[in-house]
Design a protein around this ligand. Structure first.
Ligand code: FE
Ligand code: FE
Ligand code: ZN
Length: 281
């Protein structure tokens, strides 16, 4: 079973995200919970729209969808107002996601903006402790980052520390989403030495925490710390690297989400290509 999808727009409503995914051959999808660049929230979807999406997902055996928090959030901002805004917005999104049971909710740990990694990590932990509930159905995922600027999460150890510091009662609700472009940019040779990076992830964080993969090629070489996604096979990971990742025995059961620079027809082609590769192996 290959679980594959891509980032889709929420602007046409919730059921439409399911229909779009079906049309391009996917069985899961990722979406922004609200417009990533706008600070004002999108209107709350109607219960009927959410119910229609749930019915579609059930009928077509979709894996749970991955909701991505907007880029405007920063759990580790120096500014208490921004941290408070991030905390309130994420709490509200987690409440909404209970209407799509079993969801994954991915967020960027944020940038410590000169406060230092330790302070930043403590602030991310504080936020999770405040908003994640032990009995919620959503799993909250920390995304592996490229280590650009003061970004938290460019090293596996940083994510491990956050997980270690959250309240034990909510720890089972915290996981990791590995972004293949980001980890390569962060200096982990996921394309060339897939086995080695999987082992390193297991050693530092534990593979049981790994719940999703953002499948992207990178415009930049290993360790570039840039975070510029590329189309599958057209970047420094290359089609051979991507093949090793999607076919890896310890990764292949995970859901894969494309965030490549594509319109919907480009995503359809990539999904077809990746399915072909998985069928061969
Ligand atoms: Fe992301
Ligand atoms: Fe990503
Ligand atoms: Zn990225």
């Amino acid at each position: 079973m290959f679980t594959i999808g891509c980032h889709v727009s929420v602007s046409g409503g919730y059921e439409m995200m399911g229909k779009t995914t079906l049309a391009i051959g996917g069985n899961t999808f990722q979406y922004f919970t609200r417009n990533p660049r706008g600070s004002r929230g999108t209107k709350t979807p109607s219960a009927a729209d959410v119910a229609a999406l749930r019915a579609l997902m059930e009928e077509h055996h979709f894996a749970p969808a991955l909701a991505h928090a907007p880029y405007t959030y920063n759990p580790a901002s120096k500014d208490e107002n921004i941290r408070q805004y991030t905390r309130d917005a994420m709490a509200e999104e987690l409440r909404f996601l209970e209407s799509l049971p079993g969801s994954l909710y991915n967020f960027h740990p944020g940038c410590h903006v000169g406060q230092g990694m330790e302070v930043g990590i403590a602030q991310v932990t504080e936020l999770l402790n405040a908003i994640v509930l032990p009995d919620q159905s959503t799993t909250v995922l920390l995304e592996t980052m490229a280590g650009k600027g003061t970004e938290i999460g460019g090293k596996f150890e940083e994510l491990r520390t956050i997980i270690d510091l959250v309240r034990p009662e909510i720890r089972h609700k915290i996981g990791v989403c590995l972004d293949t472009c980001h980890v390569s940019d962060g200096g982990y040779d996921i394309a060339g030495d897939t086995d080695g990076v999987v082992e390193e992830f297991d050693r530092v964080i534990g593979l049981d925490r790994l719940r999703a993969i953002h499948l992207n090629d990178s415009k930049n070489p290993l360790g570039a710390h840039k975070d510029r996604h590329e189309k599958i096979g057209e970047g420094f990971l290359g089609i051979e690297g991507i093949t090793r990742i999607i076919c890896h025995p310890k990764l292949r059961h995970l859901p894969f989400y494309l965030e490549t620079p594509n319109e919907i027809d480009g995503y359809a082609k990539e999904i077809a290509q990746l399915k072909g590769i998985r069928e061969e192996k």
